[in-house]
Design a protein around this ligand. Sequence first.
Ligand code: DLL
Length: 434
Amino acid sequence: MGNYYQKEIETASREEIVKIQNEKIVKQVKHVYENVPYYRNLMDQKGVTPDDIKSIDDIKKLPFLTKDDLREAYPYGLMGTDIKNCVRIQSTSGTTGKRVVAFYTQKDIDMWEECCARAIVAAGGTQEDVVQVCYGYGLFTGGPGLNGGSHKVGCLTLPMSSGNTDRQIQFMMDLSATILCCTPSYAAYIGESLAEKGYKPEDNKLKAGIFGAEPWTEEMRQNIEKSLGIKAYDIYGLTETSGPGVAFECEEQTGMHINEDHFYAEIIDPKTGEVLPEGEKGELVFTSLDKEGFPLLRYRTKDICILSRKKCSCGRTHVKMSKPLGRSDDMMIIRGVNVFPSQIETVLLNEGYTPNYQIEVDRVNNTDTFDIYVEFSAEMFSDKVSDIQIREQNLKAAMRSMLGIGPKIHLVAPKTIARSEGKAVRVIDKRKLH
Ligand code: DLL
């Protein structure tokens, strides 16, 4: 059993959690109905009134919200309270279409930061720690969320933001940072840069990392844990629900506990909208039970995952979500075959490559092309063209056996694929499919 930031609620019995959810949902639906005309319309169209919601089980009666609704209601249409009560805006990192803009009251910020504090304590954080936050600060929720959580725990916080890796490393080493917060791709890059500068994993004082905001595999976890000499924890969230900290990993590292006293999770069939039983794979839907500024009900995340109520050895009782296994919209269909970028990453790391790669999909003469650019490491370097060809063929075969489809592999020199300081752009899909 580890430490908890808010032990009573993090280890509450099922009955206690349901009781809290029952009370909060009744209040929240009434609040939204009275304050958010956009959602009131959706409820009216479905013939549901706040009186129909008597407990958390009644949530199924409510209409879903989607990203399209957010676009339509942009910017203020889903705000849950007057501007005068809100103190902060955050926004998505997305560049397509209109951005998602979320609003926070001071109470919302406190709740969000407490969720992040739970994640930091679950990763072993205490007042003794020096937390280096290199998620982006600004509109993106990563920096502000983990920064706030780190303050709540009482850690010495380094608000680095992303980028300038030499400076990150200098601060990390000079100030003996013990916990690193950033995207997993940036963590892998920092590990690689440390090695290049001649540091061994044991030369840094880091003990843990809290990595999220993009999909990453178990293989990537092992790669980061080894290169930095730490335990790497996953953290999940989205701007629409506040930001990081909606769910976080504990010492078991087998899924992320969802902060169920604030966020109610459902898994639905993305095609029919039907709620699926525990253990089934489907689209994750969140209801924020007590947010005031941006109180989304039944928001469809498009993240595909599985929920589990299996007892956790850490003592936390909140339901766990698997790593997102893809998005209902990131799955690529290449020559009729379903391909998830995470499968490609798994193969690359299993075959001893670095996590520096890019996937390119295009359509030429009505046929899909599928190319993977991956860096070979210095040890693999060979002047002999035939050596490189053999490596490319082997990797292609490994991909084919995982994916059922063989991509064209391009081994490229170390450092030729652009490094990411935030979310890595892994897939370039040039096909116009929509
Ligand atoms: O990425 C919030 C965040 C910041 C989470 C820092 C964790 C750490 P958005 O930019 O709105 O918010 O993107 C949300 O990113 O729907 C997922 O598809 C993806 N995502 C977030 N965390 C994870 C994760 C932030 N741990 C979208 N694993 C979500 C896989 C993740 N995907």
